[in-house]
Design a protein around this ligand. Sequence first.
Ligand SMILES: [Zn+2]
Length: 117
Amino acid sequence: MQWLAAYLTVVPIPLRKLKKVYGYRTAKGRRTQSLGACNKENGVFTIGLNVGIAGEDQAIGTILQTFAHELAHMVHWDHTPEHAALEAAIYKRFAKRAKTLGVKDFSRPRREKKAGR
Ligand SMILES: [Zn+2]
């Protein structure tokens, strides 16, 4: 997970404890339960990101915001003001990095992003 370090400079996330990040989809016709999940087992974390409902992608901004939220759980497990502040700091780093990569609009689904960029 060290590849994430480039996106998280100055944000204190213990990436060595992050074992896996995976995407999942909500089956068509089912309500989305959540946009992501952070699981901790024996001090090691795995993060799941809901990338969309079958046949329909989430907007990249939604995925990055969810990823920032779940990463913040690695430091502040509960939904405290500290967790919210860290989530915001991580998302800010993601947005800054994405901007340098030429991503300007996070609101559209990823499929359109690829075509439009
Ligand atoms: Zn949460």
